[in-house]
Design a protein around this ligand. Structure first.
Ligand code: FES
Length: 260
């Protein structure tokens, strides 16, 4: 884990309010694993003291890419930065998706939940991606996913039918599993309702599945206990315990998450 100021290589608006930012750093790139995240701080001194957790989208050589949505002062400030500006990065943080080479990985992403998956798609040998959004105007990683769609590796849905199949991405996932079998591993990241549905599908078909959970984070390094989730643990009296999304996660097995 490193704490350093990095120099922005590019900071491009993909869709209104959603940006793709890249910077070069051989140490952070060298330590980053699929599914990990960075804690970012834009602004100097006491400005925007709380860091913002953002998934690592891709790592290519020393180039690190993230996708972020403007949701507050810190990300708004970051969105105004240009090539050559610096900001503070802490990371890489959290656990990672397993490196699966002997099975097909079914990636399920909703909206900005596509964030962690360019790195997964570029480094794992065998995968399909199921990407869902409300409306085509929210289509992130559009060029990349359309190219994968052409080669039969991406399945895209919108809630309103404005691109791809109309409906939920989880239905597309379940249809694919019914037609192609269950000997696969699921990775998912997206809104909670989608993650619960993915978890239920994994349990229904007895499949190995890993969910990248989102939670409000204060410190990002396990110190503030502001990011806990109920996770099953049969050895505990109640059969569960609180785990920290930032330190024990953000990735948990679907069959161990307790949804509330
Ligand atoms: Fe502080 Fe997880 S964010 S413990």
């Amino acid at each position: 884990m490193f704490l350093k100021d990095v120099i922005i290589e590019a900071n491009r608006e993909l869709k209104p309010g959603n940006f793709l930012l890249s910077f070069r750093d051989s140490e952070i790139a060298g330590e980053s694993k699929i599914g990990q995240f960075l804690e970012l701080k834009a602004g100097s001194g006491n400005e925007n003291l709380l860091r913002k957790p953002i998934s690592i989208n891709d790592v290519d050589g020393d180039l690190v890419t993230i996708i972020y949505r403007v949701v507050g002062k810190g990300t708004d400030r970051l969105s105004q930065y240009k090539k050559g500006d610096t900001f503070s990065v802490l990371g890489p943080l959290g656990n990672s998706f397993p490196v699966i080479k002997d099975k097909e990985v079914l990636i399920v992403a909703g909206g900005i939940g596509c964030g962690p998956f360019s790195y997964v798609m570029r480094t794992l040998p065998n995968w399909k991606i199921f990407y869902g959004m409300k409306d085509a105007c929210e289509f992130l990683l559009e060029d990349e996913l359309k190219a994968h769609e052409k080669s039969g590796k991406a399945f895209i849905t919108t809630d309103n039918g404005s691109y791809g199949d109309k409906g939920f991405v989880t239905q597309k996932l379940e249809n694919y599993i019914k037609e192609n079998g269950t000997d696969k591993v699921i990775f998912a990241c997206g809104p909670e309702v989608m993650m619960k549905a993915v978890g239920n599908i994994a349990i229904k078909y007895s499949m190995e599945a890993y969910l990248s959970l989102e939670e409000y984070m204060g410190c990002g390094i396990g110190a503030c206990v502001g990011c806990v989730k109920k996770i099953k643990n049969p050895s505990k009296k109640d059969g569960w315990e609180y785990k920290k999304v930032c330190k024990d996660g953000p990735i948990f097995r679907a069959d161990e998450v307790i949804w509330e």
